[in-house]
Design a binder for this molecule. Structure first.
Ligand code: IPM
Ligand code: SF4
Length: 416
């Protein structure tokens, strides 16, 4: 019977034919925990009487949300997790490598055809690499840590096809914001978004990660780009794995089909206070901004920083704006450093920070005062997300963020 890529992944893990809607107990190939949600998962494991984890090699631990520790409880969480990792023989990246989703991908913990879970909603990012990846709660993770498997209701898929070439300074983030605006924040609840078409096929891994990352912003359980040459090139230095074919059958059954042509797509922006409140940047151009954040698991890769630097050129950032630039990982940091991007950002007046979640979630720093406006390349603009509930957060691409930071107001990057 014809199957979607998601149904195929579950079938291969369960050893029998699985269909969307089935509830199955499936083994996981990797499980990620971080500094916020990890401690609770460990406590759940303990409460269940779990002495040892199922397989320490399949568990990835790292700290990214509250680093370096910004409070004594955060520092205590770090100590608690370090001790657990030592006791169980789990490799702990600690706070050395960067934002969880970037690190999982970069270090090859997720690969095509795998099932990966993480105690973070943006775990769906690894779908960029052809995995079925989804965020789970800490209670479920306690179970996974002990048994290496979890109950899943296999999702139906929505086929999202994008064709055409982007205009100058328009890219993956604009497309996914446009899709979020179209599908809506709950339009894909408990389903999987399968990204196909020329636009995704010619998109680099950085762009695919940006898109898969935001699947959860439409309520989707997962977002997945069927693996192709780009995927396997990314995987090659990270995992000893022979490329194999994995795609939906042509007559697979989908819950929905959505088509996009990106040729005339303008830069997009999500206006406060919802991710699906999306308009062309031109509609809000001229809005004054107090803070611009370029970073996060959505847009903190070298390609994103390079895009922002290209728009910046030899300009300065407006003195009225606090510009915070944070690469998503140590690798991305080093690439940016070697390419001279950091020097350019700092010369232009930016604060350049070491890899972490930063102001994305208003966790460690970069909080907004009531009435302030932030422009962010991250994925959520809910009330209070980056500080005061009376502040406003807009979401955009790195190009739009850089252009707006130069002028101190929301600016279409094509006009710079
Ligand atoms: C802290 C964590 C649980 C949370 C998530 O699940 O996504 C955070 O990373 C976020 O982006 O809101
Ligand atoms: S960068 Fe933001 S969205 Fe990504 S994991 Fe950190 S807090 Fe969550």
């Amino acid at each position: 019977m014809a199957a979607t890529i998601v149904e195929k992944i579950f079938s291969s893990h369960c050893g029998r034919e699985i269909r969307a809607g089935d509830v199955v107990m499936a083994p996981v190939d990797a499980a990620m925990i971080h500094d916020i949600t990890g401690p609770l998962a460990i406590r759940v494991l303990r409460d269940m009487g779990g002495e040892r984890v199922f397989d320490p090699r399949k568990i990835v631990m790292l700290f990214d949300h509250q680093i370096p520790a910004d409070s004594i409880p955060a520092a205590e969480n770090h100590v608690f997790m370090r001790e657990f990792a030592r006791e169980q023989g789990i490799h702990n990246y600690d706070m050395r490598e960067g934002v969880c989703h970037q690190v999982v991908m970069e270090k090859g913990h997720a690969a095509p055809g795998e099932i990966v879970v993480g105690t973070d909603s943006h775990t769906c990012t690894y779908g960029a690499g052809g995995a079925f990846a989804t965020g789970i709660g800490s209670t479920d993770m306690g179970f996974v840590l002990k048994f290496g498997a979890l109950y899943f209701r296999v999702p139906e898929s929505i086929l999202v096809e994008a064709n055409g070439r982007f205009d100058r300074r328009v890219g993956a983030k604009d497309l996914i914001l446009n899709i979020a605006g179209d599908i809506g924040a709950d339009g894909a609840t408990y389903q999987a978004l399968e990204f196909v078409g020329d636009t995704f096929r010619t998109m680099d891994m950085a762009g695919r990660m940006t898109c898969a990352n935001m699947a959860i912003e439409m309520g989707a359980k997962a977002g997945i780009v069927p693996p192709d040459e780009t995927t396997w090139e990314y995987i090659a230095p990270r995992r000893a794995m022979q490329p194999f074919a994995l795609a939906s059958d042509p007559d697979a059954v989908y819950a929905e089909y959505r088509q996009y042509d990106v040729a005339d797509l303008a830069p997009q922006i999500a206006v406060p206070h919802n991710v699906d409140n999306v308009v062309d940047v031109g509609e809000v151009a001229g809005t004054k901004v107090d803070q611009v954040f370029i970073g996060s698991c959505t847009n903190g890769r070298f390609e994103d920083l390079a895009e922002a630097a290209e728009v910046l050129g030899k300009e300065q950032f407006a003195e009225s704006v606090r510009v915070i630039v944070i690469p998503a990982s140590r690798d991305e940091y080093l690439k940016s450093l070697k390419a001279g991007l950091i020097e350019r950002f700092v010369e232009a007046g930016a604060l350049f920070e070491a890899p972490c979640c930063g102001p994305c979630m208003g966790g460690a720093f970069g909080l907004l005062a009531p009435g302030e406006v932030s422009l962010s390349t991250s994925n959520r603009n809910f009330k209070g997300r980056q500080g005061s509930t009376a502040a406003s957060v807009y979401l955009c691409s790195p190009a739009t963020a850089a252009a707006s930071a130069i002028y101190g107001e929301i600016t279409d990057p094509r006009e710079v």
